[in-house]
Design a protein around this ligand. Structure first.
Ligand SMILES: [Cu+2]
Length: 140
């Protein structure tokens, strides 16, 4: 009896539990800017299109494996700690929780950095994080 119970406990411990900040991303998952590249000059407002390879887009609150929603990081970077928590929601961290794959962005003239980061159904980046390279653009 005791041995059986221990075996059951051991089996339950092996069930992969997904803790906050531990939603896995599949190998090769890539997020990228479809219509912008590093060094581009744009006129504000400008369109930004989000590309995603190897995963799907799902709205906030929908927990489906290998999905997430886009976040546009503007003139900011996510620290190691921030990669384990829900992404902030402010002017520099824009959420697309409805599953949007493009947006219009208004920024003042000058140089700005942009980065895409995928978040899970609770806005936490996947493990490993799925983020684009940072690109620098000039708004004229
Ligand atoms: Cu989000």
């Amino acid at each position: 009896m005791t041995v059986r119970l221990l075996a059951l406990v051991a089996a339950l411990a092996l069930v992969p539990g997904v803790a906050p900040g531990e939603t896995p991303s599949p190998a090769g998952a890539t997020v990228y800017f479809i219509n912008l590249k590093d060094g581009d000059t744009v006129a504000s407002p400008f369109k930004v299109q989000f590309g995603l390879i190897g995963m799907g887009v799902a709205p906030v609150g929908t927990q489906v494996a290998n999905t997430g929603h886009h976040h546009l990081i503007i003139d900011a970077a996510l620290s190691a700690d921030e990669l384990k928590a829900p992404i902030a929601a402010d002017a520099k961290h824009v959420h697309f929780g409805g599953g949007q794959t493009e947006t219009m962005v208004t920024l003042p003239a000058g140089q700005h950095s942009l980065q895409l980061a995928l978040g899970d159904w609770t806005h936490i980046p996947h493990n490993p994080p799925v983020m684009s390279p940072v690109i620098k653009i000039t708004v004229k």
